[in-house]
Write a protein that binds this ligand. Structure first.
Ligand code: DBV
Length: 254
């Protein structure tokens, strides 16, 4: 039983544990404090599969806040051969001109879906994107050449991505696992290092600017909540009511 959002996520067999551990360790110098998460969302058990071969599902939430982060949260799903997911988002306070850090690491029976990005809160605004993208692009170029293209993403989603959106689909098995170790893990570290460096340098903006950033953050999170690709899966595992409340009151809660 998890009592606080800072308690370690304990899920044996969970594919993405090394990624969350890395991120938590990288956050320690920022003195993370617990982020309030209601107990029914800290840890939830469910079942999938068939009557004769049920599969146990666990969904856990790890979350914190820091001086510059309104909310850092990880949605962690472990459902054996059915699914293993880490969806990790860093939400900065809107008083800093910072993008979101977003990672979606998804293993399904059909393969791995892997997404990594520093996503803008406001688009078509050089002050918000220029220094981020200048430093992100070389990192993106370094890793994307080693990965197959993930394929098209919806047109309406494009404003919410950066040009450094790393997005791939990999097969299950040893080849995919090797790419996860040799490309996805170091790319995750690089994206997070860059992000934490941008955060360290960030200074508070004017109230006018902060208002604009807040509007942009709300638009982004409302889009993510409305279009959450995990909605159907979570509803199957844990029911519609719990899922809607989890999406709107925990995952995308601004
Ligand atoms: N995605 C979430 C949350 C998840 C989650 C909160 C709790 O935003 C998981 C879990 N993503 C998840 C699952 C799927 C995807 C797919 C389970 C598979 C859905 C399915 O096939 O049934 C990146 N994630 C996707 C897709 C994209 C992203 C483009 C494919 C969508 C599709 O094919 O319709 N999600 C997207 C993105 C970020 C992100 C860019 C941030 C970097 O979190």
């Amino acid at each position: 039983l998890r009592l606080s959002s800072l308690d370690p996520v304990r899920m044996p067999e969970w594919r993405w544990a090394p990624f969350l551990s890395h991120a938590i360790n990288a956050l320690i110098p920022l003195k993370p404090e617990p982020y309030p998460v209601a107990p029914e969302f800290l840890q939830r058990e469910g079942k999938t599969g068939s009557k004769s071969q049920p599969i146990k599902v666990t969904t856990c939430t790890w979350a914190c806040r820091t001086k510059k982060f309104r909310q850092v949260r990880a949605a962690c799903v472990e459902a054996g051969s059915s699914a293993s997911v880490l969806n990790f988002v860093i939400n900065p306070y809107h008083t800093f001109d910072l993008p979101f850090f977003g990672a979606d690491l998804v293993t399904l029976p059909s393969g791995h879906l892997l997404a990594l990005d520093l996503q803008p809160a406001i688009t078509s605004d050089e002050r918000h994107t220029k220094q981020v993208w200048e430093r992100l692009m070389p990192i993106f170029e370094q890793w994307r050449v080693r990965l197959p293209e993930g394929g098209p993403i919806p047109e309406e989603a494009k404003p919410y991505f950066s040009p450094g959106f790393l997005w791939t689909r990999l097969h299950l098995g040893s080849e995919g696992n090797q790419l996860i170790d040799e490309v996805i893990m170091p790319a995750f570290r690089d994206y997070l290092n860059l992000y934490l460096d941008l955060v360290e340098m960030a200074e508070e903006v004017s109230p006018q600017r902060a208002f604009k950033l807040l509007e942009g953050q709300k638009r982004y999170l409302s889009y993510r909540g409305k279009k959450d690709p995990a909605r159907a899966m979570l509803a199957r595992f844990h029911g519609h009511q719990w899922t809607e409340s989890y999406i709107h009151n925990v995952l995308f809660d601004l």
